[in-house]
Design a protein around this ligand. Structure first.
Ligand code: ATP
Ligand code: MG
Length: 333
């Protein structure tokens, strides 16, 4: 068993009747890092989390979490982990503070220690003002923060978060991301599932892309982006009369035919040489006396990565225009 991996799994298979929810998942999450399991509805994310948190037993394969086998030593595992499930777990009929104190007492902290821990977590999650209000009156974002605070009462070594920000508005999502940053700084190992490419990109050291119970790609955001055919150099010239010369320089440096937009004085070309090609373009433009409003290296977004890997967009958000779902999907960055 490996001690430098807080989570490790090999060949996890889970069947529900005729349906195979996981078809052989391997995972290795180094201690103190964040791994994001990224996939659309039904990919198998919750199934994997349930196995790793001992709530479900795999049909095949094995996993260790915090150094213990999830099947043979579930109690040892449970003592060292926290789980924020996909559905909210806090009690709406109690206040935020009452929820946290109760959980502390369930963990045998003793009343005064439980109270101190509750106050500390309420403060950390910006819930002090709402601490004595019933949770049923909390917003979705506040409830989610309380969920995570509740998971942290017992100070887990390994934290599992199943879609922590689904359903939150962008502001609440950002607040939660900041909270997770703090945990990461403190050295907590985190496995989080998400349907949001931006979230995986923002939080995770390593991203595991899951679809139909299989891992279809893995790596950091940068390497995943590279898998879809490299980066692009984009330039915008200041003056229209210098545009043609700039396009020629871009074509020359990249060996690729640039895509151009004369009205915007903008040209884009794919490159495999990244920063080196960018430096060449910058130097050549300067030597030729061509002024630019913008010149930069653009990585493909994780949305584009997902589209390339699976042939379909990463989510099925009804707000998306279905006619733009294939090649012209709107991307955040
Ligand atoms: N208890 C169950 N009984 C039968 N089928 C199940 C059960 N739990 C999950 N499944 C099926 O297994 C597959 C994976 O489900 P899972 O909940 O792990 O997906 P998910 O990635 O968490 O999806 P979501 O993003 O919607 O939460 C789905 O096809 C689901 O219908
Ligand atoms: Mg799920």
């Amino acid at each position: 068993m490996s001690t430098d991996h807080a989570i490790s799994a090999t060949g996890l298979v889970k069947r529900y009747g005729a349906k195979t929810a996981l078809t052989g998942i391997d995972l290795a999450v180094p201690t103190g890092t964040v791994t994001s399991v990224l996939g659309p509805n039904g990919a198998g994310k919750t199934t994997a989390v349930r196995i790793l948190t001992t709530l479900s037993v795999p049909d095949e394969g094995a996993a260790t979490v915090a150094g213990f086998d999830v099947t043979t030593h579930p109690t040892e595992v449970r003592r060292r982990i926290g789980l924020t499930a996909q559905d909210t777990t806090v009690d709406g009929l109690l206040t935020g503070r009452q929820n946290l104190v109760m959980i502390g007492e369930l963990h045998h902290l003793g009343r005064s220690v439980a109270q101190r821990r509750a106050d500390q977590l309420l403060e950390e999650f910006s819930l002090t003002d709402a601490a004595d209000r019933l949770v049923s009156g909390y917003s979705g974002g506040m409830r989610r923060r309380l969920d995570i605070a509740a998971t942290l009462v017992a100070d887990p070594e390994v934290l599992f978060l199943d879609e922590p920000t689904t359903g939150l508005d962008p502001r609440a999502r950002n607040e939660l991301w900041d909270v997770l940053d703090t945990l990461v700084d403190r050295g907590t190992t985190i496995l989080l599932t998400t349907q949001y490419l931006e979230e995986a990109d923002r939080l995770a050291d390593d991203i595991v892309v899951v679809d139909h119970g299989r891992i279809i790609a893995q790596g950091d955001a940068r390497s995943l982006k590279r898998q879809v055919g490299g980066e692009q150099i984009q330039l915008i010239t200041t003056r229209a009369e210098q545009f043609e010369a700039a396009v020629a320089i871009l074509a020359n440096a990249t060996g690729a035919q640039p895509t151009t937009d004369l009205t915007a004085r903008s040209a884009t070309a794919t490159t495999v040489d990244g920063v080196a090609a960018l430096a060449t373009v910058a130097a050549t433009l300067r030597d030729a006396g061509i002024a630019v409003d913008d010149l930069g290296l653009r990585q493909p977004t994780l949305d584009e990565v997902f589209l390339t890997l699976t042939g379909s967009p990463a989510d099925d958000d009804p707000a998306d225009d279905p006619s733009s779902s294939s090649n012209h999907r709107k991307v955040a960055r």
